[in-house]
Design a protein around this ligand. Structure first.
Ligand code: G3H
Ligand code: 13P
Ligand code: ZN
Length: 331
């Protein structure tokens, strides 16, 4: 089984109303942990790399790690996705590396903080769609700004995705998938009080644009047992809080198809390494702590693949190629 376009994976998830996890990678053990979870649950899987991951691995190491994951798992459907691409040049580099999907995050200015105007976001996103679709590559855009709902109210800014704007954005740009802002944020400290998500926004955008896969960034659940493990073995993560799995499942029912997870894998890895260091201070072979870290990621992600409903769906359909997708896009 080859790498497949993310568009196909999300379309198929839409037909059966499940979600597909998109898991960030920076090194071999993370990737192997993800692949083990996908194998053991027979799940299609999205592997994604941020710009930071590409820099950290000097691009070429990550490229070959991803190719190794594909070669090592010939029976699995895998989409390779650029997470939070910032401009066309980055997208071009990712496509050259062999990614089958790219995100253009036009929601923020170059400082990574200031919300970008709708017009500028739509313009840069369309530019990327026009380029990527020539290669059959899937494009994810983003409209709205991530962050807790309470924070937005405090700042008197409405930055959650507006459904009517989303419809205009999708129609103008032709994106395959859209990341929506509904109150989630990146990292381990997503909520100060009870988690609150604007799921009605997902429902309305899905009603207006049923063909477009909706994406939820900042979807780590920050499991309490991982917080406890990290804190017990010398870490410091007081007040860490994530998105409850029940909220993710509710979002999937309403139209979320891609669920971005990075923080939880980082925490699983860190917890396992801290435990080995604390319990076996005599150990110094990296395999003695990176091996358990890899296992911890696999164990955690297996539960996610089951909870998101991805498990068991790997063999449901015949894989499409990027050439097939070019025809779909009329290129
Ligand atoms: O978008 C956020 C992901 O967790 C990637 O994070 O930019 O630190 O690699 P990163
Ligand atoms: P988390 O920080 O919740 O894992 O979100 C990751 C993400 O959205 C990557 O794009
Ligand atoms: Zn993100």
């Amino acid at each position: 089984m080859p790498m497949i376009p993310m568009r196909q994976m999300l379309d198929e998830a839409g037909k059966k109303q499940y979600g597909v996890g998109a898991y960030n990678v920076n090194n071999m053990e993370q990737l192997q942990g993800i692949m083990k979870a996908a194998r053991e649950t027979n799940s299609p899987v999205i592997i994604q790399a941020s710009r930071g991951a590409l820099r950290y691995t000097n691009f070429v190491y990550l490229k070959h790690l991803m190719l190794a994951a594909v070669e090592d798992n010939p029976g699995l459907k895998i989409a390779l996705h650029l997470d939070h691409g910032d401009k066309l040049d980055t997208v071009k580099k990712a496509i050259d590396l062999g990614f089958t999907s790219v995100m253009i995050d036009g929601s923020l200015e170059e400082d990574g903080k200031t919300p970008r105007s709708f017009e500028d976001n739509a313009r840069v996103t369309k530019e990327v769609v026009d380029y990527a679709h020539q290669f059959g590559v899937t494009v994810e855009g983003e409209l709205g700004t991530l962050g807790g709902i309470e924070e937005h109210v405090a700042a008197s800014q409405v930055l959650l995705t507006d459904p009517q704007e989303a419809k205009r954005f999708i129609e103008y740009t032709g994106v395959d998938a859209l990341a929506v802002a509904i109150g989630t944020s990146h990292g381990a400290y997503k909520f100060k009080a009870t988690p609150k998500l604007a799921l009605e926004i997902v429902e309305e955008i899905h009603r207006l644009c049923p063909e477009t896969a909706l994406v939820m960034h900042g979807s780590s659940s920050v499991p309490q047992e991982l917080v406890d493990q990290i804190n017990k073995y010398g870490g410091k993560m007081p007040g860490a809080k994530g998105v409850p799995i029940e909220s993710i499942q509710a979002a999937i029912k309403l139209g979320i198809r891609k669920i971005n997870v990075d923080t939880d894998s980082r925490m699983a890895m860190t917890g396992a390494i801290r435990q080995v260091f604390a319990e076996s201070p005599e150990k110094f072979d990296p395999r003695d702590y990176l091996g358990p870290a890899r296992e911890a990621i696999a164990k955690l992600l297996k539960t996610k693949m089951v909870d998101f409903g991805t498990a068991g769906h790997n063999d449901d359909y015949e894989p499409k190629t990027l050439e097939d997708m070019k025809k779909v896009y009329g290129k």
